[in-house]
Design a protein around this ligand. Sequence first.
Ligand code: F3S
Length: 391
Amino acid sequence: MYLSQEEESIYQGERGETLRRMMEILVALGDIYGAEELIPVRSVQVAGVSYKNIGDAGLEWISDLQGRAVVPSILNPTGMDLCRWQEMSIDEKFASKQREIVEAYCRLGITIDCTCTPYELYSNIAGPGDHLAWSESSAVSFANSVLGAKTNREGGPSALAAALIGKTPAFGYHLDDNRVPTHRVTLNFDLKGSDYGALGFVVGRMVGDGIPLFHLKSYPSKDDLKALGAAMAASGSVAIYYVDGVTPAPPTYEVNGKAAEKIGLGREEIDQVYQDHPLEDAEMVAMGCPHCSGQELQRIARLLSGRTVKKELWVCTARKTAQAFPDLVDAIERSGAKVICDTCMVVSPATDVRAKVAVSSGKALAYLPGLCRVKVGFGTEEECIDVATRD
Ligand code: F3S
């Protein structure tokens, strides 16, 4: 990979040990994936935050680094609500390690927003054609597909390296040749709410790391697109998709005359996702995967109006989103539900002790059984609220 004079001097350690190690990561990645050069990134989103996932080894690695992020860099969710962790039954040891991790990232200049939806908080971190280095799979999908930006799915270390250097190797989804649809998925029926998560759950399994181009009958909202992409990134490893007439268009529709494979889906395939994951016996309900937007908080507040929850109900969102809508948070919590910030049902250890959790998210459906070893039921938002408010 070609390195400029300045990049070469960082690589040789002339700007300190941390930057040398960061440059080493970027160069190694670039060499493995055949990048020709490093390109500047507009922003970074850093995963590898929950103590549940990175443990002591991760904490030690981050604590050892010195330096400051040189581009806007935002932290992914942690393993607990940083203010209300005791209400989540998080133990003191976990809480103290988690705080150390967050403080270590903070010292490196990473913004402690602790969210997988940074695009809800900042409008100036990703736009059409911008190169990014984002980590969390649903954020990557949203950035590539809905915002029209360009990012690979970074690991924690490579995202941190991009934050401190301000660059990433140009390969994968940074190049238009790798952003061409591989599958055309046609649906001739309407979708609503959690159906988009169910659709993503089905299509992710079918296409793996492919690039679907959807032809939909209904017009998805921004939150629907978020749910669709998140589910495909979890049940498969889809990092970019298109919805005809809704998202930015692909750079081209075929490469070397190779047309995308056609997939037709019926309503029965979406219904099957609900049927395969009944809500009965769920002892907890978790919503907000990816983190809730203001509109989603509003919908949940409306559904909970005048009702009292009988089971633990978490509504996960970014702290800044909760702070922007205090009336909605109050309305939700008046029912007994908890608006949980900085974390989520997947990356927090608090979910692991549950037997069965009800969700309306295709991504949580895909991840909870494997990552938290809990059974999972899948339903609409209305059905999940019914479960939470029933004895
Ligand atoms: Fe976000 Fe956690 Fe879901 S990080 S996408 S809420 S698994």
